[in-house]
Design a protein around this ligand. Structure first.
Ligand SMILES: [Cu+2]
Length: 95
C-alpha cells in the first residue's frame, strides 16, 4: 500500500516537472525582414534553409512581404544565428 502511494507521488511529481519543463522551454517567434526575394522559389529556398537549422520549429517565408516568420527554440538558437542562416542563402537580412 505504502509503495503504491509512493509510486503515485513519484508519478505526480514527474508529470508536474515535465509540465514545468515544457512551459519553460522557450519557443520564440521572430519576424525577420529579408531583401532580394522575388518569387516563390526564393522564399522556398529560405524556408528550406531555415527548416534545416537545428532548433527551428517552423518557418513561414513570404517573398511578397519580404519577411521570414520563424518559430524557434530559444535554448538552441538565437536571432543572430537565424540572420546568419538567411544571409547564407544569398538573400540579405535587412538591418
Ligand atoms: Cu525567386
Amino acid at each position: 500500500m505504502l509503495s503504491r502511494i509512493t509510486s503515485l507521488v513519484v508519478t505526480g511529481v514527474f508529470v508536474l516537472t515535465l509540465g514545468l519543463v515544457t512551459a519553460f522551454a522557450a519557443t520564440k517567434t521572430v519576424t525577420i525582414k529579408v531583401t532580394g526575394m522575388k518569387c516563390a522559389k526564393c522564399s522556398a529556398s529560405v524556408t528550406k534553409a531555415l527548416k534545416a537549422t537545428e532548433g527551428v520549429e517552423d518557418a513561414q517565408v513570404s517573398s511578397e512581404k519580404g519577411e521570414a516568420v520563424v518559430k524557434y527554440d530559444d535554448e538552441k538558437l538565437n536571432e543572430a544565428k537565424l540572420r546568419e542562416v538567411i544571409n547564407g542563402t544569398g538573400f540579405k537580412v535587412a538591418e
